[in-house]
Every structure is written in C-alpha cells, then in structure tokens.
Design a binder for this molecule. Sequence first.
Ligand code: WT7
Length: 655
Amino acid sequence: PRKNLTTSNHLRHVESMAHLPSGAGRITRLNALILGDALASEEDDLVFPSEVLSTQAHVSSPQKYLEMYQRSVHDPSGFWSDIASEFYWREKWGQQVYHENFDVRKGKIKIEWFKGGMTNICYNCLDRNIESGKGDKTAIYWEGNEPGLDSSMTYNQLLARVCQLANYLKDVGVHKGDAVVIYLPMLMELPIAMLACARIGAIHSVVFAGFSAESLAQRIIDCRPKVVITCNAVRRGSKIIYLKEIVDSALLESAQKGIVTDVCLTYENESAMKKEMTKWTKGRDIWWQDVILKYPVTCDVEWVDAEDPLFLLYTSGSTGKPKGVLHTTGGYMVYTATTFKYAFDYKPTDIYWCTADCGWITGHSYVTYGPLLNGATVVVFEGAPNYPDVGRCWDIVDKYKVSIFYTAPTLVRSLMREGDEHVSRYSRKSLRVLGSVGEPINPSAWRWFFNVIGDARCPISDTWWQTETGGFMITPLPGAWPQKPGSATFPFFGVQPVIVDEKGVEIEGECSGYLCVKSSWPGAFRTLHGDHERYETTYFSAFPGYYFSGDGCSRDKDGYYWLTGRVDDVINVSGHRIGTAEVESALVSHPQCAEAAVVGVEHEVKGQGIYAFVTIVEGVPYSDDLRKSLVMVVRNQRLTRYIGHQVFQRREVGK
Ligand code: WT7
C-alpha cells in the first residue's frame, strides 16, 4: 500500500453525493439548463444521467466508483494486475507490479509498470480479439473526404494487412527498437502502420500530416528512423495537400544534417493524386501497393517487455525544441484500454468515432489502441468536419449509427456558430455518450453540445489528460454521477491529483492552484527521448515530489475539478499545443524581425489565438506585406495547415 495517503478532498464529496436524495434517475435539465448562462453559479448546475444509462453503466453510482477508486489508490498493484490479467501476456510480470520514484530529491525519476512481463500490444488488439470470436466484426469504418467514398475492414482483414506491412518492414531491415516515422493522413493505412510497427517491436513516431517539412525534418533528425511511411497526397475539404513533396524536402534537409533515411514507403492515395504525377527518388522511394501485397498475411509477433518503448510522439514545450514523449508497452496498453472502457462506458454494440487525427495523442490512445484493445468498431474519417457542409459530422453519425462521439471544444464552438438547423436535420438518435478533449469546454458550448447535439440525452465525458499522461486523468464516468457543464469532474482510477500553491504546498478543499499528480499511473510517459534531464526539470522539478501538469485548476465546494488552462509558456490553439518560444524563434528568423514576444489571446472558436509583438529592424517600415510575410514564416516552420491566417488577422501585429 502507498504511504502518505490522505483521503483526498474529492472523495469526501463523492461520498456525500452518494446520498443525494433525488435527481439520479431522470434527465434533470434543472433550472440551469433552462436559464442557460443566466445561472448564478456554474458550480450549482448539476446534470444527471438517465436511469437507463446509469443502471446499465459499468460504474453505476458514486458508491461503486468510490469502492473501485479507493482500491485503485490503496492497492494499485492488486487493482491494476487484476485488469492486466485480462490481456495476453507471453510471460507474466515480475514480483513487483510497479516501481516508481516520483521525487527528484530522491534521485532519478523512474516509472515502471509490469516490468518483466512479456506481451505485444498489436497481438492484444487483433489476434486476441479474433481468438475470442471477433474476427468478422468490423474493426474500422473508413469514411473518405468525399461523401460516398468509404470502405471498411473486419478484425481478420485488419490483422492480415498489418501482418503484410510488418513482414515488409522486417524485410527492409527494421528490427525491434528501431524507429519508423509515419507521416500519413487519416487513411486506414495509418492505424495499420502503427500496429505493424508494434507487432515487430519497432517504435513508431507518427508526425501529424499537417506539420511542415521543417517540423518533420526536426523530428526525423531527433529519432533517426529506418523507414518513413507516407502517401503521395490527400484531399481535405476542397484542398489537396501534397504530402510526398513535404517528405521529400524533410528528407533532403535531414540528409544534409547527416541523417539519411533508406526507405520512403509511399502509399498511392489514388483519390487525391495519381502515381504518375508523383515525384520519385529511385532507390529510396517505394510504392506501398507495389510491395505489400506480395507479403504473407501472417507474421510472428515480437514479444516485448512491458517497459520496452512503443512509440515516440513529439509535443511542444516552452523552448523551441519539441519534446519526444516516450510511452512504453504494458502500462500504456492496460491504461488506454481501461480508460476507454470506463470513461465512454463502452459496450460491445457501440460504434465509436473520435474526430482526432492519429498524429496527436488522442488518435494514438483513442482512435487506435484503446478502442481496438476493447474490440470496438471505430470510425476513421479522412476529411474535414465542414466539408461539403457543416452537417458532415451528423451525416457520418447517422450513416454508421455512431453511439459514442468524441471531439474537441473548438469543433463544438465552430459548429455552434452555424446554427442548430444543420444539426436538427439529422437524426443522431444512435448517440449515447459524447466526449470532449483538448482544452476546457466553456459551459455554454457544453450546453449546446449536450442539448442540441445530444438532445439532452447523452452525458459528456470531458476528459482532461495530456500527451504525457497517455490516457484520461480526470474524467466523468457516464452514469456514475451528475455532471457540471465545464468541469472534468473527478479523477480516474489510480490517479491522485493534487492542487498546490506556488510554493508547492498541497491545498485542500475549495481552492485554485497548480494541478499536479502525486504518484504514477500505468499510462504515464517514462522519459523524453534522449533527454531524461529535461524530463525531470520540466515535469518533476517545479514542485518536488509531484508530476506538474503545466495546467491551472480549481476545485469547487463539491470536489469537482475545473481546468483553467496552461500556466506555462504554452498556447492552446484549437486543442493544439504551441510553445511561445517556437513561434518567437520562427519570427526572429525573418530577416526584418529583430525581436518577438508571443502570448495567447482569447479566441471565440479556437480557445486561444496567437498574438505576436515584434520589433522590426531599424529603418524598415511596418506594412501589411511585412505582417503577412511574418505570418508565413511562422506557418512554414510549424504547420502547413490549421494554424491559419485567421489567428493572426484578428489583431494587427504592431511594433
Ligand atoms: C493540454 C494537453 C490530451 C489530448 C489532447 C491534447 C489541455 C486537454 C483538456 C480538458 C481542459 C484540457 C490541457 C493539457 N487539455 N484536455 N478536457 N479540459 N484542458 O493533448 O497536446 O498533450 O495537450 O491540453 O491544457 O495540459 P496535449
């Protein structure tokens, strides 16, 4: 059992909630929902799950949660090994289920879960589910950018495709522990590529296919992949993005720095661009379709230690250099599967759609691994939510009978502006549970999501977590307790959040401060690639003894947690993390920019926008053209899309 365990504040409140006399049992829209924003205090606005949803939920009451939560923190070894035993382990983990040093003052930070256990996450996603009879169940519904362009794949078919690619990768010399960079849009080939790497013990590093050539090159240089996997082009909305050209320049740039990639495996995405039009480097570039089909549809699994690396995913920090967040196999597997099951109250009949791209952690944990580990049917969408019109999401929900829909507040707010009629013309009656992630969801967007999208029927799981945490940390469990619009509610099993003041002292009760975590959980990241020191200084040194999230947070009188946004030099634009230093260094690379200081400003749809103060080189007049070229310099060094002009045009970039 853990030492120093205080009954944390939220527990007392959940306890008292267990005795709430009424409410649970009806969709009580309460005065709050009727009065809307005129509500006296958001904190008093309770939204109860329906009785049907509650009784059938995995966690059906505050009492049940309390029991499980108490066990998870008093006996983490017992709690997590019971869950881990549901997966296939070639060899069981050692005597000690987990090992942690969370305190920089006591030496190197170290987190290990299920060490000594031998497993494979791809095997657990595919083979294990097939063996239990799910081979003919649909694993993926793929919806293309153009309505009408779609396909699907069963678990059996997915396994065959994964094995073919895995065999190819082995053939070109990818071994256990080697890195593979994946720069693909939301085609089925993206999860296939991730799983193929996992099957052979290779470390995948997915780079969001909206990142610029410079960003891609930076990541390639950092992780030195044997193979880069991409496609020639993709259509998103009415635009075509020539991904292969971006990869070409990234590979050129990295080669100039001495990092040579031998193989660039390129998928021909025919609907966007023909093979013949694609620029080709003989000897290095290989067409996916030319080689993969020749390989066998079975492939032996590489059994790996629970602590062997599964993937690297780069994220922004407060300096210019992106951080390679490293996740390992066993703990991540157990944690993503469990959080997915409970936070969405997943049932085998559900059809699940998460709008995130696999280029972000949300796509890793909750498009690929979490759902597939549960044997779920997942919708993978290639396109844009406003193409061909702003009703596209609900068109997809109706088409596939989506029952769990997980998205970001920025999408909710942008659709909210378009009006309810684009929603109400679709049925959406398959929806059961909604989810939100990426940034705090403001109460008015929450209510619109709840009332209009979910017809006041579906609980919203507002999941707070991070690239670093691997999976959900603070999240509602649908059916377990009433929600408060805008609050992520209570911690997930095994998570001990604390709020500390600026001196690092834990504050009890109703308070605000810095959000930290007191002990490890299985899905925690283990290091930053090649820079364990930065890992310790960034996350464990600000408040010794704790993991510091970088977020501000308050806890209300009922023990509910309310995330208030980043307190470090990170800006959250549409749920995407951008370091101020990254933008500043891009700006000062412009020959006419002498100095730059970047801050986040409130933005109606994106949550935050980027505001840059620049000092222009002596004698150069400020003009609109100069402003535009400053914007371009930032865009080119970071993202090719998403971080658009709009952000900058809101206000003038002045002297
Ligand atoms: C940062 C992590 C986790 C997947 C998506 C982003 C913010 C995330 C919430 C939420 C309030 C949230 C935090 C966090 N954030 N989810 N439900 N409520 N804030 O992953 O890029 O690693 O960003 O996103 O500020 O620190 P990420």
